[in-house]
Ligand binder design. Structure first.
Ligand code: ADP
Ligand code: TRP
Length: 322
């Protein structure tokens, strides 16, 4: 069975853009293949430089993803830094990574252009990601569009390494869902933490309602029909409603008498109900953090067995074993 590898950046509160843009698909992939999923805490060190915060973000990501449907009985789920073999492979791969390959990386260039101080970990980020992928002979890598180039870099490095040492690495392919729409935020622009326009999946109901009340709309008065097609409330509601419910909502837009405030209250209720089962499971895992750690340790153990065997081969091939 082909192995699917998903890397999760522990980056804070998840929003519905993350959910419909990537998490939902990751969860569904568990039905289709052998999923390996890990929390990329080494990668997160490129943007987090406070230990307590990284530790908290790691547990938060684990709790959130278990709540949203990672099934530890089927999926191998671990924290990147619990399998240190990846760092040894990262070094081995570095000799097969031309500087130019990394200099062309959009993600690196974008970060530097944004004024983030350039440093070596930011620059070599794709090499560590290649190690993540190649260590487990991953065939398919579900990613967002922004990560396609990183998977291509991993493939490129694998080809170079294979040319030198024989076919030791499986060549990975990215799996991008072109049909996944960009989920709009409360202002209609792409929903993103960086734009402060998110609706979070978890958190207080009051905070969620406050965010939804801030959805930007036009100023059509109560007693006039409204256009759902251009409405940010409707664009978000569409993600959650079935055809019948959508038609009912369209009818409410067409019928004078209700305002955007009513539609916002309705949307808040719909979203709250939608995530209710996940919230319940999240509360369980939050109250049982030992169980979460146990799941992660078990996953790391499984991952380490594969990583260990692969590294044994690689140490022999490269002459580290003498
Ligand atoms: P953010 O922009 O909030 O920092 P991330 O870059 O951490 O989000 O995104 C994590 C994952 O969620 C990525 O796979 C990305 O493609 C997906 N994602 C984030 N925001 C959206 C969105 N608005 N629409 C669709 N997918 C999204
Ligand atoms: N760079 C990925 C992201 O920001 C996270 C990641 C790290 C990853 N290693 C990976 C994803 C390996 C897939 C495979 O989303």
């Amino acid at each position: 069975m082909k192995r699917i590898l998903a890397g999760i950046q522990p980056s804070g509160d998840l929003h519905i853009g993350n959910y419909f843009g990537s998490i939902q698909k990751m969860i569904a992939l568990q039905e289709k293949g052998e999923v390996f999923a890990f929390i990329a805490n080494y990668h997160a060190m490129t943007s987090v430089d406070e230990g307590g915060r990284l530790a908290r973000l790691t547990m938060q990501a684990a709790t959130d993803f278990l709540a949203l449907g990672i099934d530890p009985n089927r999926t191998t789920f671990w924290v990147q830094s619990d399998v240190k073999e990846v760092l040894e492979l990262y070094w081995m791969l570095s000799s097969f990574t031309p500087m130019g390959l990394l200099e062309r990386a959009h993600s690196y260039k974008d970060k530097v252009a944004k004024g983030i101080a350039s440093n070596h970990s930011l620059f070599s980020y794709p090499v560590l990601m290649a190690a993540d992928i190649l260590l487990y002979d991953s065939a398919s890598i579900p990613v967002g569009k922004d990560q396609i180039q990183h998977v291509e870099i991993a493939r490129d490095i694998a080809v170079r390494f294979n040319n030198a040492y024989g076919n030791i690495f499986t060549l990975p392919e990215f799996d991008v869902d072109e049909s996944v729409a960009t989920i709009p935020g409360i202002d209609g622009a792409k929903m993103s933490k960086s734009y402060d326009n998110t609706i979070n999946i978890f958190g207080e109901q009051k905070a969620q309602l406050a965010k939804i009340k801030k959805i930007v709309t036009d100023t059509t008065p109560l007693d006039e029909p409204k256009n759902f097609e251009t409405c940010n409330i409707y664009a978000i509601a569409k993600l959650f409603l079935n055809t019948q419910e959508l038609e009912a909502l369209q009818e409410r837009y067409r019928t004078p008498g209700e305002g955007y405030g009513h539609f916002k209250l309705y949307l808040a209720e719909v979203i709250w109900d939608y995530f209710a089962p996940y919230r319940e499971r999240r509360a369980y895992y939050e109250a049982h953090s030992d169980e979460v750690r146990e799941i992660l340790h078990h996953g790391a153990h499984k991952a380490r067995e594969i990583a260990g065997a692969k590294m044994e081969k690689l140490r022999t091939l490269t002459g580290l074993k003498y």
